[in-house]
Design a protein around this ligand. Structure first.
Ligand code: PA5
Length: 421
């Protein structure tokens, strides 16, 4: 279901040379030898009762409110945001939510923009509200601040008891301040599995609850991920495009290509590339190693970064994520510019191809990953594909894909700074 095409220097794809190393990594991953590898078989072992509970809770949230505020940062919000942007109407909050009886969805806790919060509170004044607060540690500053503020607002509007019924917490099973509060106040809770880290958690309740509230078929998503899980449980590099992509990234890195530019021509994939940036950036860029993930949305960025892609320093490779079928394509039959091209999506593919050909004049390595369509099943499939490819790249690079010491450093600096204030 994921097609891989690539244009690289001869020898970059010497599968036979790397097969022994890939075999070793395959077994290490599938045997879950490292901590935080629970995601490897998660789509096949997620408890169906938890999925049912998520679906019931999503229904309950839909009945209770007209606006759900999802509070989280990093792995605790990017997956849900990426999925909702990818699969829901681009006019979801403005129009579609109300038409279909779904709550509008707002995100909070991923920054400290005072203007944003000021206006969010104004925006919420005319809505019935629920909060979904997500933090594995339960102690991260930005979501904790946003939660305290919004919880206060909720209590003022609804009183303590009703406010507690409108708060849904997704956190560790036993540790952290959020767990303690949720237990004390009786919030409905879901657990972030112990063996799955933040950026690998979108297929757990962390992503599934907000995604289900938005009316997206989470069972189809899990089925797609389970399909990828089965398909890529194959150590044979010649047959495993997920491992091929992971390996190409590594070999390109060895050739001095230290930046990977994720490019999308379908705007609805924009937040998916934000999720990719976190996945690869936090997993791979450590110990002075790794490929820096960047992202561009085309055609927009062809008119800003296109010059760099064409003639800039040759430290990068391009990875285009493209979609084969688009369900609601717009006809161009009356366009004088489009020639014989009949639809907007077809035109987009032509622009993509033309840009690739132009950039390759400079011998820029180019990778294209094609997904069948934009569906819940394909979203789940892509998530698993990239998680596994990322882990393989990291192991080849010689770094631990599942820790984030840099992020933890900044978090402890904040705690120290706040203690001294
Ligand atoms: O991938 C990660 O582990 C991090 O990006 C976390 O998701 C992020 O720091 C948020 O952490 P928490 O869920 O503990 O608030």
């Amino acid at each position: 279901m994921m097609e891989l095409d690539y244009w690289v220097q001869p020898g970059t794809d010497d599968w036979a040379q790397y097969q022994p190393k890939i075999t070793e990594i395959h077994h290490k991953l599938m045997n879950k030898e490292d901590a935080y590898t629970g995601w490897v078989d998660w789509p096949q072992r997620i408890d169906p009762d938890v999925v049912q509970d998520i679906l019931h809770t999503a229904k309950d949230i839909r009945q209770k409110c007209t606006a759900l505020v999802v509070i989280g940062i990093g792995g605790s919000y990017l997956g849900a945001k990426a999925c909702i942007e990818l699969l829901q109407s681009p006019f979801y909050n403005e129009y579609y939510a109300q038409q279909t009886g779904h709550p509008r969805i707002y995100f909070a806790g991923h920054h400290l923009s005072t203007i944003y919060y000021y206006e969010l509170l104004e925006r919420l004044a005319n809505e019935e509200i629920c909060l979904c607060v997500i933090s594995k540690s339960g102690t991260t500053l930005e979501p904790s601040i946003a939660f305290e503020m919004l919880r206060g607002y909720l209590r003022e509007r609804y009183g303590m008891e009703e406010a507690a019924k409108r708060i849904y917490a997704i956190t560790d099973a036993s540790k952290g301040a959020l767990r303690a509060e949720a237990d004390e106040q009786g919030y409905k809770t879901f657990v972030v599995p112990d063996d799955i880290g933040g950026r690998y958690s979108v297929l757990t309740p962390v992503g599934l609850l907000p995604i289900a509230v938005a009316g997206i078929d989470i069972q189809a998503m899990l089925n797609g991920a389970a399909m990828a899980c089965k398909e890529y449980d194959n150590e044979d590099l010649t047959k495993n495009v997920c491992y091929q992509y992971g390996l190409l990234r590594y070999v390109l890195q060895q050739q001095g290509k230290i930046v990977e530019i994720f490019e999308v021509y379908e705007g609805r994939l924009r937040y998916f590339t934000e999720w990719l940036k976190q996945l690869f950036g936090e997993s791979e860029c450590k110990d002075g190693k790794g490929v820096i993930p960047m992202s561009l949305q085309m055609s927009t960025d062809l008119h800003s970064m296109g010059q760099f892609l064409q003639e800039g320093r040759q430290i990068f490779f391009e990875t285009t994520l493209t979609v084969e079928h688009i369900r609601r394509d717009v006809s161009l039959e009356h366009s004088q510019f489009a020639g014989n091209v009949k639809t907007m999506h077809m035109l987009n593919l032509i622009v993509e191809d033309s840009a690739r050909k132009a950039h390759m004049k400079n011998n820029t390595p180019n990778i294209r990953l094609t997904v069948a369509d934009l569906s819940a099943r394909s979203f789940g499939y892509m998530v698993y594909f990239f998680e596994k490819a990322c882990a393989v790249s990291c192991y080849l690079t010689g770094v631990n894909p599942f820790d984030q010491p840099g992020v933890e450093d900044y978090k402890s600096n904040i705690k120290a700074a706040l203690r001294s204030e």
